[in-house]
Design a protein around this ligand. Structure first.
Ligand SMILES: *Cc1c(COP(=O)(O)O)cnc(C)c1O
Length: 370
């Protein structure tokens, strides 16, 4: 049996080990926030934003931001149907109603025309998720948001290294959120980041994230609102500080893996990969192969072929509206159609050329077999 090829795996060097060890040994008492604050500063510099708050997850960061915008029962939030549950769970927990719109065929991100058509007097936010590193059309979304007075939020969990023109993903909207889960481009084990250029929003989220304790409140242990507990641990932040120091290398690694897949699959008719339109940078968190309709290759055939080759490949996100807890949206045909003929390819940082060739061989084999 050939060696199993993993789907993702973080890139951990002596630097991460050194910082984490230091945090475990010394990061207590008066030092217990040192790595957290350093990570917040370093990530703000990397991204080009004025305010950052480290969180226990991206889901938590989204929850805080949506709560700080005052989103609750009776409100509607628009997002793409093709998404992981994490992008919508906070909307549901806050009592608001998600409105799922269809995606674009090439970027797999929400269709701005459908976003605008879905706006009602109850719409309180648009969540732009940059799927697999592919940027949403931020010019059109920000224009729609501005014209209707609706904040555009960026869930940039998958978009470290992605940019819209000269601006990094996550820095363009009312706020942005990131995930440092072990499968993401940079990791803290579990963790996330809330980012914004809006000082008032930053102040509200700071209070909410610290159990409702306002920084200007003189009394100890005196919360003024019921907040949340979504803080990052200092030991986790220490790992994150090393990862941010290496962020250029981590992003380059992802782009190199994508370039190699493109080379291995070039000249093949019938497979579309992640796009990078003019003026846009794609961080290529997750290389993804979408088979043309005419090939007849399905998700089920892809799962079988990769399992047989001992390769851990993952399905493209099911439309959220196909899940039992949401109302069906049969009109979102592109989201359903693409998920039915696509697969995410392994892309861990130290993946070697032989492993990538084995992945490519499975894809080529499916095309030949039809
Ligand atoms: C991974 C991911 C999340 C969830 O991140 P956590 O840190 O696990 O909460 C949210 N949104 C998107 C787009 C993701 O890819």
């Amino acid at each position: 049996m050939t060696e199993r090829i993993a789907y993702t795996r973080p890139s951990i060097t002596e630097l991460e080990v050194t910082y984490a060890t230091d945090a475990a040994r010394n990061g207590w008492g008066a030092q217990c926030y040192d790595y957290i604050h350093r990570l917040e500063r370093d990530f703000a510099v990397h991204l080009g934003v004025s305010h950052t708050i480290a969180t226990s997850s991206c889901t938590g960061a989204l929850h805080l931001g949506l709560a700080a915008l005052g989103i609750g029962p009776g409100d509607e939030v628009i997002l793409a149907d093709s998404n992981w549950i994490a992008s919508v769970a906070p909307v549901v927990h806050l009592g608001a109603t998600p409105v799922f719109v269809d995606i674009l065929e090439d970027t797999w991100c929400l269709d701005p025309a459908l976003v605008e058509a879905a706006i009602t007097p109850r719409t309180k936010a648009i969540i732009a998720v940059h799927l697999y590193g592919s940027m949403c059309d931020m010019d059109r979304l920000l224009d729609i948001g501005a014209r209707h007075g609706i904040p555009v939020i960026e869930d940039a969990a998958e978009a470290i290294g992605s940019a819209w023109g000269g601006r990094r993903a996550g820095s363009l909207g009312a706020f942005g959120t990131f995930s440092f889960h072990g499968t993401k481009t940079m990791t803290t084990g579990e963790g996330g980041m809330f980012v914004t250029n809006d000082p008032a929003l930053h102040a509200r989220v700071t209070t909410l994230a610290n159990h409702g304790r306002d920084a200007s409140e003189p009394r100890q242990f005196f919360p003024t609102v019921t907040g949340y507990k979504f803080k990052m641990a200092n030991v986790s932040a220490a790992i994150g500080c090393a990862q941010v120091e290496r962020i250029g290398e981590l992003i380059d690694g992802k782009r190199k893996i994508m370039a190699r897949y493109r080379e291995l699959l070039s000249g093949l008719d019938g497979i579309a990969l992640n796009v990078e339109p003019e003026g846009v940078t794609n961080g290529f968190w997750m290389p993804t192969a979408v088979f043309d309709r005419k090939t007849g290759v399905t998700r089920e055939a892809l799962i079988r072929a990769f399992a047989a080759a001992n390769i851990d490949a993952r399905v493209f996100f099911w439309p959220l509206s196909d899940l039992p807890m949401f109302e069906a949206r049969p009109e979102n045909v592109i989201a359903r159609d693409i998920a039915g003929r696509a697969i995410n390819l392994p892309s861990y940082h130290d993946m070697d050329e032989d492993a990538q060739a084995r992945v490519a061989a499975v894809l080529t084999g499916l095309l030949k077999a039809r």
